[in-house]
Design a protein around this ligand. Structure first.
Ligand code: GTP
Ligand code: MG
Length: 198
Protein backbone atom coordinates (compact mmCIF):
# COMPACT_ATOMS: atom_id res chain seq x y z
CA UNK A 1 0.00 0.00 0.00
CA UNK A 2 1.28 3.42 -0.88
CA UNK A 3 0.85 6.00 1.89
CA UNK A 4 -0.37 9.17 0.23
CA UNK A 5 -1.40 10.98 3.38
CA UNK A 6 -1.31 10.48 7.14
CA UNK A 7 -2.87 13.18 9.28
CA UNK A 8 -3.30 13.55 13.00
CA UNK A 9 -7.02 13.93 13.80
CA UNK A 10 -7.64 14.00 17.56
CA UNK A 11 -6.39 12.84 20.97
CA UNK A 12 -8.67 12.03 23.87
CA UNK A 13 -9.35 9.67 26.72
CA UNK A 14 -13.00 9.06 25.92
CA UNK A 15 -14.08 6.58 23.28
CA UNK A 16 -17.34 8.48 22.73
CA UNK A 17 -15.28 11.46 21.54
CA UNK A 18 -13.32 9.49 18.96
CA UNK A 19 -13.96 10.41 15.29
CA UNK A 20 -17.48 9.62 14.12
CA UNK A 21 -16.61 8.89 10.49
CA UNK A 22 -17.30 5.19 9.93
CA UNK A 23 -13.89 4.30 8.49
CA UNK A 24 -12.12 1.00 9.18
CA UNK A 25 -9.77 1.34 12.13
CA UNK A 26 -6.59 -0.41 13.33
CA UNK A 27 -5.10 0.07 16.80
CA UNK A 28 -1.62 -0.50 18.17
CA UNK A 29 -1.32 -1.65 21.77
CA UNK A 30 1.30 -3.26 24.01
CA UNK A 31 3.58 -2.55 26.95
CA UNK A 32 4.98 0.91 27.45
CA UNK A 33 8.17 1.36 25.44
CA UNK A 34 7.58 -1.65 23.20
CA UNK A 35 7.65 0.64 20.14
CA UNK A 36 4.01 1.37 19.21
CA UNK A 37 4.51 5.01 18.25
CA UNK A 38 7.77 4.24 16.45
CA UNK A 39 6.06 1.52 14.44
CA UNK A 40 3.33 3.94 13.39
CA UNK A 41 5.96 6.43 12.21
CA UNK A 42 7.80 3.69 10.35
CA UNK A 43 4.61 2.49 8.61
CA UNK A 44 3.66 6.03 7.63
CA UNK A 45 7.25 6.97 6.69
CA UNK A 46 7.04 10.00 8.95
CA UNK A 47 9.58 10.81 11.65
CA UNK A 48 7.41 12.57 14.20
CA UNK A 49 3.80 11.83 13.37
CA UNK A 50 3.38 9.89 16.62
CA UNK A 51 5.42 11.07 19.62
CA UNK A 52 8.09 8.62 20.77
CA UNK A 53 10.47 8.54 23.72
CA UNK A 54 13.13 6.38 25.33
CA UNK A 55 11.19 6.75 28.58
CA UNK A 56 8.10 4.57 29.01
CA UNK A 57 4.72 6.24 29.38
CA UNK A 58 5.10 8.74 26.52
CA UNK A 59 1.73 8.14 24.82
CA UNK A 60 -1.05 8.97 27.28
CA UNK A 61 -4.16 9.31 25.13
CA UNK A 62 -6.08 7.61 22.32
CA UNK A 63 -4.56 9.19 19.21
CA UNK A 64 -6.33 8.99 15.87
CA UNK A 65 -4.54 9.38 12.55
CA UNK A 66 -6.35 9.29 9.21
CA UNK A 67 -4.51 7.47 6.45
CA UNK A 68 -5.09 7.99 2.71
CA UNK A 69 -8.39 9.57 3.71
CA UNK A 70 -9.94 6.12 4.07
CA UNK A 71 -8.84 4.43 7.25
CA UNK A 72 -7.82 5.25 10.82
CA UNK A 73 -4.72 4.19 12.63
CA UNK A 74 -4.73 4.52 16.43
CA UNK A 75 -1.77 4.99 18.76
CA UNK A 76 -2.63 3.97 22.32
CA UNK A 77 -0.90 4.34 25.68
CA UNK A 78 1.10 1.36 26.84
CA UNK A 79 0.10 -0.91 29.66
CA UNK A 80 2.36 -2.15 32.44
CA UNK A 81 4.04 1.13 33.20
CA UNK A 82 4.78 1.06 36.91
CA UNK A 83 5.46 4.74 37.50
CA UNK A 84 1.89 6.02 37.23
CA UNK A 85 -0.07 6.16 40.49
CA UNK A 86 -2.54 3.40 41.31
CA UNK A 87 -5.53 5.66 40.75
CA UNK A 88 -4.20 6.95 37.43
CA UNK A 89 -3.51 3.40 36.40
CA UNK A 90 -7.15 2.48 36.98
CA UNK A 91 -8.66 5.32 34.94
CA UNK A 92 -6.01 4.76 32.33
CA UNK A 93 -6.78 1.08 31.97
CA UNK A 94 -10.50 1.75 32.04
CA UNK A 95 -10.48 4.05 29.05
CA UNK A 96 -8.34 1.63 27.10
CA UNK A 97 -10.70 -1.27 27.82
CA UNK A 98 -13.66 0.99 26.99
CA UNK A 99 -12.03 1.78 23.68
CA UNK A 100 -11.64 -1.89 22.77
CA UNK A 101 -15.09 -2.86 23.99
CA UNK A 102 -16.98 0.04 22.41
CA UNK A 103 -15.22 1.10 19.25
CA UNK A 104 -17.42 -0.47 16.60
CA UNK A 105 -15.29 0.29 13.56
CA UNK A 106 -12.18 -1.33 15.04
CA UNK A 107 -11.32 -4.00 12.49
CA UNK A 108 -8.14 -5.46 13.93
CA UNK A 109 -5.64 -4.60 16.65
CA UNK A 110 -1.92 -5.19 16.73
CA UNK A 111 -0.51 -6.35 20.04
CA UNK A 112 3.17 -5.47 20.10
CA UNK A 113 5.76 -7.50 21.97
CA UNK A 114 9.52 -6.98 22.14
CA UNK A 115 11.13 -9.80 20.19
CA UNK A 116 14.02 -10.02 22.66
CA UNK A 117 11.89 -10.98 25.63
CA UNK A 118 10.33 -14.21 26.77
CA UNK A 119 6.52 -14.20 26.91
CA UNK A 120 5.45 -11.82 29.69
CA UNK A 121 2.49 -12.46 31.95
CA UNK A 122 0.97 -9.04 31.32
CA UNK A 123 0.92 -9.58 27.53
CA UNK A 124 -0.48 -13.09 27.88
CA UNK A 125 -3.26 -11.79 30.13
CA UNK A 126 -4.02 -8.96 27.74
CA UNK A 127 -4.28 -11.33 24.76
CA UNK A 128 -6.46 -13.65 26.81
CA UNK A 129 -8.76 -10.72 27.57
CA UNK A 130 -8.92 -9.80 23.87
CA UNK A 131 -9.78 -13.41 23.03
CA UNK A 132 -12.50 -13.63 25.70
CA UNK A 133 -14.05 -10.43 24.40
CA UNK A 134 -13.88 -11.50 20.75
CA UNK A 135 -11.60 -8.62 19.75
CA UNK A 136 -9.51 -9.64 16.72
CA UNK A 137 -5.76 -9.08 16.98
CA UNK A 138 -2.43 -9.95 15.43
CA UNK A 139 0.91 -10.08 17.24
CA UNK A 140 3.67 -7.75 16.11
CA UNK A 141 7.18 -8.57 17.26
CA UNK A 142 9.16 -5.33 17.50
CA UNK A 143 12.85 -4.34 17.54
CA UNK A 144 13.93 -7.19 15.25
CA UNK A 145 17.11 -5.19 14.44
CA UNK A 146 18.34 -6.10 17.92
CA UNK A 147 18.61 -9.82 17.11
CA UNK A 148 20.22 -12.05 14.51
CA UNK A 149 17.89 -14.00 12.16
CA UNK A 150 18.45 -17.29 14.03
CA UNK A 151 17.50 -15.73 17.36
CA UNK A 152 14.43 -14.11 15.78
CA UNK A 153 13.24 -17.47 14.53
CA UNK A 154 13.90 -19.11 17.89
CA UNK A 155 12.12 -16.43 19.94
CA UNK A 156 9.10 -16.23 17.65
CA UNK A 157 8.78 -20.02 17.66
CA UNK A 158 9.00 -20.16 21.46
CA UNK A 159 6.43 -17.38 21.81
CA UNK A 160 3.87 -19.05 19.58
CA UNK A 161 4.51 -22.37 21.29
CA UNK A 162 3.78 -20.78 24.66
CA UNK A 163 0.43 -19.49 23.34
CA UNK A 164 -0.50 -23.00 22.24
CA UNK A 165 0.47 -24.35 25.66
CA UNK A 166 -1.74 -21.66 27.20
CA UNK A 167 -4.72 -23.26 25.49
CA UNK A 168 -4.98 -21.06 22.40
CA UNK A 169 -6.35 -23.38 19.72
CA UNK A 170 -4.45 -21.58 17.01
CA UNK A 171 -1.85 -18.87 17.13
CA UNK A 172 -2.80 -15.38 15.96
CA UNK A 173 -1.30 -14.07 12.74
CA UNK A 174 2.06 -12.49 13.49
CA UNK A 175 4.51 -10.02 11.98
CA UNK A 176 8.20 -9.40 12.67
CA UNK A 177 9.16 -5.72 12.45
CA UNK A 178 11.87 -3.18 13.05
CA UNK A 179 11.18 0.53 13.10
CA UNK A 180 14.91 1.16 12.72
CA UNK A 181 15.24 -0.52 9.33
CA UNK A 182 11.58 -0.79 8.23
CA UNK A 183 11.62 -4.57 8.26
CA UNK A 184 8.07 -5.96 8.01
CA UNK A 185 6.57 -2.71 6.71
CA UNK A 186 5.24 -3.98 3.38
CA UNK A 187 3.85 -7.15 4.90
CA UNK A 188 1.91 -5.34 7.60
CA UNK A 189 0.57 -2.66 5.26
CA UNK A 190 -0.49 -5.29 2.69
CA UNK A 191 -2.41 -7.10 5.40
CA UNK A 192 -4.34 -3.90 6.21
CA UNK A 193 -4.83 -3.18 2.50
CA UNK A 194 -6.31 -6.60 1.84
CA UNK A 195 -8.81 -6.26 4.71
CA UNK A 196 -9.74 -2.73 3.61
CA UNK A 197 -10.45 -3.78 0.03
CA UNK A 198 -12.33 -6.97 0.93
P1 GTP B 1 4.72 4.41 25.20
O1 GTP B 1 4.05 5.46 24.36
O2 GTP B 1 5.49 4.99 26.31
O3 GTP B 1 3.78 3.33 25.61
O4 GTP B 1 5.87 3.70 24.28
P2 GTP B 1 5.79 3.15 22.78
O5 GTP B 1 5.39 1.72 22.79
O6 GTP B 1 5.01 4.07 21.91
O7 GTP B 1 7.34 3.17 22.35
P3 GTP B 1 8.13 4.25 21.46
O8 GTP B 1 7.73 4.11 20.04
O9 GTP B 1 8.02 5.59 22.09
O10 GTP B 1 9.61 3.68 21.57
C1 GTP B 1 10.24 3.40 22.80
C2 GTP B 1 11.73 3.28 22.61
O11 GTP B 1 12.06 2.13 21.83
C3 GTP B 1 12.36 4.46 21.87
O12 GTP B 1 13.62 4.75 22.47
C4 GTP B 1 12.54 3.95 20.46
O13 GTP B 1 13.61 4.58 19.78
C5 GTP B 1 12.84 2.49 20.70
N1 GTP B 1 12.41 1.66 19.55
C6 GTP B 1 11.17 1.59 19.03
N2 GTP B 1 11.12 0.74 17.98
C7 GTP B 1 12.37 0.26 17.83
C8 GTP B 1 12.98 -0.67 16.91
O14 GTP B 1 12.35 -1.24 16.00
N3 GTP B 1 14.30 -0.93 17.08
C9 GTP B 1 15.03 -0.36 18.08
N4 GTP B 1 16.31 -0.71 18.17
N5 GTP B 1 14.50 0.52 18.95
C10 GTP B 1 13.21 0.83 18.83
MG1 MG C 1 3.80 5.66 22.37
Amino acid sequence: MKIKSADFVISNSDVSKCPKEPLPEYAFIGRSNVGKSSLINMLMERKNLAKTSGRPGKTQLINHFKVNNNWFLVDLPGYGYARVSKKDKKTFQKYITNYFEQREQLVCSFVLVDIRHEPQKIDMEFMEWMGENGIPFCIVFTKADKLKPKAIEKNVGAYLQKLLEDAWEETPRHFVTSSNNSFGREELLSFIDIINTD
